[in-house]
Design a protein around this ligand. Structure first.
Ligand code: ADP
Length: 247
């Protein structure tokens, strides 16, 4: 059988901050239609890598490819328009807007003004309600984001990502700081969205979740990929154990 194509890949991607080599010469590919995991110890370069792939920081060198096309140095909004969405490690929601308003402003920042003025575009509101139901927080529609739990804020942020209907969803620690019941909810949601054909790339420290959720995992250590494979391969890879345990 032919290899599953890489929907998103990098070639020699590199970024330093002063003397710190955050990401060093990384060439990796993520599989279309799969839940891809990206793991590694703290400081191994995962967030920097995400930020380069989504255009939020510019690489020193190397390429980011969507299929055969280079999207290196594209601005974040242009990359988003290709159908690549992302969430952030520290959940980004507007604390004093309601849950529903947060989804309305997620469509485009200019809609912030209309959201605040209460002048909502009816089809957008309908879509936002559909997505709130999808992520399971429709009952919180009128609550201010600051008043819902952190896990619910994570679901809200994912809802904001879904407003753009992305084909590729990059999640930075979706389970970080979230209680176990909601972690299960988030995992189920990722599986359902993946079954619809959306590709995921997930950075996560919760190893049970990573091993249960991911089809394919890339492991970073000190800015470099040190292993890639299915969960069983990663779990028994001596280089991975060494990276985590420092043995
Ligand atoms: P991870 O997400 O795997 O924890 P990061 O990408 O956040 O790793 O960090 C990789 C390395 O780059 C770390 O040593 C970190 O301190 C450094 N780093 C990341 N961002 C910056 C920055 N904006 N300025 C300076 N150093 C940074």
């Amino acid at each position: 059988a032919p290899a599953t194509p890489s929907v998103l890949s990098t070639r020699g991607l590199t970024k330093s901050f002063g003397g710190v080599h955050a990401v060093r010469d990384v060439s990796v590919g993520f599989l279309e239609g799969k839940v891809n995991g990206l793991i590694g110890p703290n400081g191994s370069g995962k967030t920097t890598f995400f930020n380069m792939v989504t255009g939020m920081i510019k690489p020193d060198s190397g390429e980011v490819m969507q299929g055969e096309r280079s999207i290196t140095r594209w601005a974040p909004h242009r990359i988003a328009r290709l159908g690549i969405g992302r969430s952030f490690q520290l959940c980004r929601v507007f604390p004093r807007l309601t849950v529903l308003e947060n989804l309305l402003v997620a469509v485009r920042p200019t809609s912030l003004a209309s959201a605040l003025l209460g002048a909502h575009h009816a089809p957008t509101v309908a879509r936002a309600r559909e997505i709130l139901a999808r992520v399971g927080i429709e009952h919180l529609e009128h609550a201010e984001a600051r008043d819902i739990s952190y896990g619910q804020q994570k679901l809200l942020e994912l809802g904001g990502v879904l407003m753009a209907d992305p084909r590729i969803i990059m999640l930075d620690e979706p389970a970080g700081g979230v209680n176990p019941a909601l972690i299960e909810r988030i995992a189920t949601l990722i599986r359902e969205l993946n079954a619809e054909g959306r590709t995921f790339i997930v950075v996560e420290h919760n190893m049970d979740l990573v091993m249960n959720l991911c089809d394919h995992i890339v492991v970073f250590d000190r800015g470099r990929p040190i292993a890639a494979g299915v969960p069983a391969e990663i779990q028994s890879d001596p280089a991975v154990l060494e990276a985590y345990l420092g043995v």
